[in-house]
Design a protein around this ligand. Structure first.
Ligand code: GLV
Ligand code: MN
Ligand code: MN
Length: 417
């Protein structure tokens, strides 16, 4: 990485401007504890999209959205028709999300566009920032939906009937989100020269190593399941134990049996039951139905498959007379990134005198889908105590700017090749 232009744009990245934009964006869905609740296709998500669109329009960038409501901000290149170099992340959040998960990747990308614009630096290829729809998957399953559709892994029509907790379907929420923004529609998909996504690490490694930059080599694999346990409602005071089909106690037994089966002294397995709904939810009725989710992750495909293939058998073995339905709703293989992009991220950091390290991503990201289309990589920056998916998530303006500078140098280098 030697290009003077790349270094110049890295220097043009404005720490304060990026920070102010992050704080402004965090007002959309702001929670009392200082985080955000801006779930996919909600009114708050729409407000965030409108904010980004207004900023982009003011600077003269072209804005468009596709049928999945992926939102594109493009700065033209001197070769207008060349496939763009793309960056971005997501504006949706977890219900108790932080200010940086996702928003950072979008706004770091936007800061690169603004820095280029203000410094009057042209690139050969266009550079495009994308806010991918529904990365979190907390409201509508599965997550990373917009990028997976872009990459051809999912089909939009298959997800229009996905419902949230209140029974609201994705289709009408998507239509309302599209309608709320007066920007041109473009087709989903298309050639991409390269993709680089900036993100907070969401884990403790960079902080413990006192490093500002991580170059991601691989996103670990994940499989997600819904489990439905159906028993029989009965009176809590009168029904003898042997006549009960208690869906709650069966579900609890399943959760703990799986925890034992997944015991891993190396602490590599990630097994999480994040949602657990008990019906009818009345203190004096034996629960007749339980719905819960399993999020399972591992960096090794064979282990991911072997361990999760045990879920159904273990669930049925602990059913306690209830019926158990196991549905796999997503399956993402461990995704290695492109060695050349990883090398370029590290070279950009080195050129800016920032020590860096290579690392695996424990979290999923839109980059894992786009990696199937083009050379892809990610830039990680530290976050306090590695805490994320939490309203207290925090990161320093200096670390965020450092990541945006490395992103800038990397994007410009790719856009001028
Ligand atoms: C994204 O937030 C994930 O679940 O990894
Ligand atoms: Mn994220
Ligand atoms: Mn997240």
């Amino acid at each position: 990485m030697s290009s003077e232009i790349a270094l110049k744009v890295a220097q043009a990245v404005d720490e304060n401007r990026l920070w102010q934009r992050l704080m402004t964006m965090a007002r959309h869905g702001a929670t009392p504890k200082g985080g955000v609740n801006r779930q996919a296709l909600s009114a708050e998500d729409r407000a965030a999209r409108a904010e980004l669109t207004a900023w982009a329009t003011k600077l003269g960038f072209a804005v468009a959205q596709d049928d999945a409501a992926n939102l594109y901000v493009r700065r033209a290149g001197t070769e207008a028709e060349a496939p763009p170099v793309v960056t971005g992340s997501h504006l949706d959040s977890q219900p108790t999300g932080g200010k940086f998960d996702g928003a950072y990747g979008v706004l770091a990308g936007f800061e690169v566009l603004e820095a280029l614009e203000r410094a009057g630096i042209k690139t050969k290829r266009p550079i495009e920032v994308v806010a991918w729809t529904n990365e979190e998957g907390s409201r509508f399953q599965p997550g990373a939906m917009g990028s997976a559709i872009y990459a051809g892994k999912y089909r939009l029509p298959d997800h229009l009937n996905s419902v949230d907790r209140d029974g609201v379907a994705l289709g009408p929420e998507l239509a309302a989100t599209l309608k709320a923004l007066d920007v041109p529609r473009r087709p989903i998909g298309g050639a991409v020269t390269a993709y680089v996504e900036a993100h907070i690490e969401q884990g403790p490694i960079l902080e413990s190593q006192q490093l500002q930059i991580g170059a991601v080599t691989l996103v670990q694999g994940s499989r997600r399941y819904t489990i439905e346990v159906t028993g029989e409602e009965a009176h809590a005071g009168t029904t003898p134990l042997k006549l009960r089909k208690d869906a709650m106690k069966a579900a609890a037994a399943i959760v703990l049996a799986l925890e034992q089966a997944f015991d891993d002294p190396t602490d590599t397995v990630r097994y999480t039951v994040g949602r657990f709904d008990v019906f009818p939810g009345s203190a004096n009725t034996v629960p007749g139905r339980v719905f819960f989710t399993i999020d399972f992750r591992h960096p090794d495909r064979a282990t991911l498959t072997t361990l999760t293939d045990k879920i159904e058998g273990i669930a049925k073995a602990n059913a306690r007379g209830c019926e158990v339905k196991v549905t796999r709703i997503s399956d993402v293989s461990p995704t290695p990134f492109d060695p050349a992009v990883i090398g370029l991220v590290r070279a950009s950091a080195a050129a800016l005198n920032m020590p860096s390290m290579e690392m695996i991503s424990g979290a999923g990201h839109d980059a894992m889908h786009i990696a199937h289309l083009c050379p892809t990589g990610m830039v990680f920056v530290p976050c306090a105590r590695g805490i994320s998916h939490n309203e207290v998530e925090s990161a320093t303006p200096a670390d965020l700017a450092a990541g945006a500078r490395v992103l800038a140098a990397t994007l410009v280098e790719l856009a001028n090749r």
